[in-house]
Ligand binder design. Structure first.
Ligand SMILES: *Cc1c(COP(=O)(O)O)cnc(C)c1O
Length: 488
């Protein structure tokens, strides 16, 4: 039997990646977001010999990487490029990409100080800089997690523990048995991942009571406040900073007032909206966030770092080891000393849902070190300007109709071609959304906003320019005409 790893060096495989990177990155400005024809290449990832089965004898690192790069650079969704307006997901800054490679190079386990002092300390610095970037008070502390979904899990797990404590139960130790249902209240902007977090934590996704005052989902403060008074029991309020269809915000200061008055826990889901804090033009939208008990955010969105980069902040970080500690395993550090120490970092495995975890702090550290507060403020303001430009272009185009204000980086609109009856517009827009994704020159998805099918392009990629936004409008017009013609 051969053991190919006995003498492996890997330099050649790394060189292949490096050599492919430059041409790929410079192609992003011009190539379509998605090439439907390239998807047939995916079949080549099964091994050509052995009928596609797990290879008995491997082809070697350089050959495997050649194949992966050939297929990958063609068949990927080129969402790192400037015209991916679907979801809200950003790209990767040059510093973040290089640091992500470094994270793989060093292969640190960022679980404990004992597994990597380096990763633990870089995470402490990255979290401190993020806290400063968003203008949160110095008392806030947190952990890096894989996503905003898991940042919501983290904040709501701490909330659950707090709530159990109010009922005299240690939920981390004994679970929810015997407790009443945890009251959770929000407006209509609630993101599905908050429900997913509640479902993971054993509360059930249907536990949330929605208090909305209109079809768009604006929160009904009076009803929410009245309900908290009526409950007269510990409760959790979820506020959304940045709603996904329009980029609108719940009134965080009002919700903080209510939560304080009623003794409720306030969780703010600010996955991308938290970046409104970076510009004086939009900072008012997050006023009050600095009073939340827990805050969730995403690095892989507007920070433009690679995926699996979320973060959770707690007003009282000492709640994290209580909710996430793993006491009783003799080979692990105790939760008592898990919290951050200057020069050492923290035992982050005890402060969040992951145990072993990659050094996802490195790209965050590097991009903030490289571009600073000023760089990020400029990028956010450029995106705010681009969103206003897109809104203007939509308003100037007779067959397009804007459906919402544009407070941040998302423009919610639909096609409304002359002569098409209102009742047919949802079908036209659904087909338009499908046509955009099939076409691939620009990428944007549909939603249902206030009962109407609409597009909701989001601008959060550092590469996006005015020309990219203009092309979006041009392609939408072209495909609208095509869809209308097909429908006869
Ligand atoms: C994107 C988003 C999430 C979920 O983020 P993931 O990183 O995909 O888990 C949660 N809440 C809001 C408001 C979002 O925009």
């Amino acid at each position: 039997m051969t053991d190919p790893l006995r003498d492996a060096d890997g330099g050649e495989a790394l060189r292949r990646v490096y050599e492919a990177a430059g041409p790929y990155l410079s192609s992003l400005a011009d190539r379509p977001v998605h090439d439907p024809d390239s998807q047939a290449l995916l079949g080549q990832l099964w091994h050509p010999a052995d009928g596609g089965a797990l290879p008995e004898r491997g082809e070697g690192a350089a050959a495997a990487l050649d194949r992966l790069l050939r297929v990958g650079t063609a068949a990927a969704t080129h969402s790192a490029g400037p015209r991916f307006f679907h979801f809200i997901i950003g790209g990767t800054t040059p510093a973040a990409l290089a640091a992500d490679w470094t994270a793989a190079l060093l292969d640190q386990n960022a679980a404990f100080r004992a597994s990597s002092r380096l990763a633990s300390e870089v995470e402490r610095i990255a979290l401190t800089w993020l806290r400063e970037l968003f203008g949160l008070p110095a008392t806030y502390g947190g952990a890096l997690v894989t996503s905003a979904t898991f940042a919501n899990v983290t904040g709501l797990a701490a909330a659950t523990h707090w709530w159990g404590e109010r009922h005299g139960v240690d939920v981390a130790a004994d679970g929810l048995a015997g407790l009443p249902r945890m009251p959770v209240l929000s407006g209509g902007y609630l993101h599905p991942s908050d429900r997913k977090a509640l479902q993971l934590l054993g509360h059930g996704r249907n536990t949330v009571e929605i208090h909305a005052r209109d079809g768009a989902g604006r929160v009904d403060l009076v009803a929410l406040d009245r309900r908290l008074a009526e409950l007269a029991a510990p409760a959790v309020v979820i506020a959304i900073a940045g709603e996904v269809d329009t980029g609108d915000f719940d009134p965080l200061a009002d919700l903080a007032d209510i939560a304080e008055r009623r003794g409720a826990w306030l969780h703010v889901d600010g996955a991308f909206g938290i970046f409104a804090a970076l510009s004086p033009r939009t900072a008012g939208l997050v006023a009050g966030m600095e009073r939340a008990d827990s805050i969730a955010g995403d690095g892989h969105k507007w920070l433009n770092v690679p995926y699996e980069s979320g973060f959770a902040f707690l007003k009282d970080p000492s709640r994290l080891p209580v909710a996430f500690g793993m006491p009783g395993a003799a080979y692990l550090p105790g939760e008592g000393s898990a919290l951050p120490t200057p020069g050492e970092g923290a035992d982050y495995a005890l402060l969040g849902p992951d145990s072993s975890r990659r050094a996802r702090s490195l790209p965050i550290w590097a991009t903030l070190a490289a571009y600073g507060r000023e760089g990020y403020r400029s990028m956010v303001e450029r995106h705010l300007d681009l969103a206003q430009r897109l809104a203007r272009r939509v308003d100037e185009t007779p067959e397009l109709e804007r459906l919402a204000e544009v407070p941040l980086c998302i423009v919610c609109f639909r096609a409304r071609p002359a002569g098409v009856p209102e009742a047919a517009l949802d079908e036209v827009n659904r087909r338009l959304g499908a046509a955009l994704l099939a076409d691939g020159r620009v990428y944007a998805g549909t939603t249902v906003h206030d009962g109407r099918v609409a597009l909701r392009p989001a601008i959060v990629n550092w590469r996006t320019t005015e020309a990219d936004v203009d092309l979006l409008v041009d392609v939408v017009r072209e495909l609208t005409a095509k869809v209308v013609a097909e429908l006869g």
